[in-house]
Design a protein around this ligand. Structure first.
Ligand SMILES: *Cc1c(COP(=O)(O)O)cnc(C)c1O
Length: 231
């Protein structure tokens, strides 16, 4: 099928995921695909929804809100906030997302919990970990993870679902492996799969490596929607 169409790119991506799962001896159902729609318009999301996708990731609050409003009629569509969230934007995001994947501080957890309680809900969250220790990246430091997980569990409006990371970029996708392994090791050190069932890692460039390392959720934009001009 042609990769000039969304349908063709989705088939190719599902093929990549299926072979990665097969090579890792994992069931294809063990990995959830989150379609990262940042910079692509609501029509592209609607087309992906029509092809069966339900989980969509956005990085920016305004863009997320605009697409939510445009696509409110699509039943069962789940929005994931995957970009850095400022505390003063929590109120705009919390009521309408299925999951916040970028929780990275106690202060943000407190604010998100408060806004979720106001919306009479409990929001599933992933704690983002900066496994590469990169100054320009968000995410909590590995050493601060234990305290943050405890804080999340003590708050009424957030429900701890797992961990997320964005590794440092390496030309060779295999270069991400040590960082993915580091996230899995942190999961084991902090309660394992029963406490942290979701491990969100792997993007267009390195999703095979992430699946081999144990990702349960991959976040893919370019391979699905075509190339973003800028990011
Ligand atoms: C943009 C983005 C992705 C998707 O990256 P692609 O290279 O387009 O697959 C995944 N996760 C986060 C946090 C992103 O910002």
């Amino acid at each position: 099928m042609s990769e000039a169409t969304l349908q063709g790119r989705l088939a190719a991506l599902q093929g990549r995921l299926a072979s990665a799962c097969a090579r890792a001896g994992r069931s294809p159902d063990a990995v959830t695909l989150v379609a990262v729609s940042k910079t692509f318009d609501a029509a592209a999301v609607a087309e992906a929804y029509a092809l069966g996708l339900r989980d969509f990731g956005e990085n920016y609050v305004q863009e997320l809100s605009a697409k939510q409003a445009a696509l409110a009629h699509l039943e069962g569509l789940r929005w994931h906030m995957i970009g850095h969230l400022q505390r003063n934007k929590a109120r705009a995001v919390v009521p309408g997302v299925a999951m916040l994947q970028s929780l990275d501080s106690v202060a943000l957890a407190v604010e998100v919990s408060k806004r979720a309680a106001e919306a009479r809900r409990s929001l599933p969250v992933l704690v983002q970990v900066n496994v590469g220790g990169e100054a320009q990246k968000s995410g909590c430091a590995p050493g601060a993870l234990g305290a943050l997980l405890d804080a999340v569990e003590a708050l009424p409006g957030v429900s701890l679902s797992g961990l997320m990371t964005v590794p440092p970029h390496t030309e060779d996708p295999a270069g991400a492996r040590p960082f993915f392994d580091a996230l899995l090791a942190l999961r084991e050190a902090h309660g394992g799969p029963s406490r942290l069932p979701v491990v969100s890692m792997g993007m267009t460039h390195d999703l095979e490596v992430a699946v081999a390392a144990g990702a349960t959720m991959v976040r893919v934009g370019n391979a699905l929607f075509g190339s973003r001009k800028t990011d």
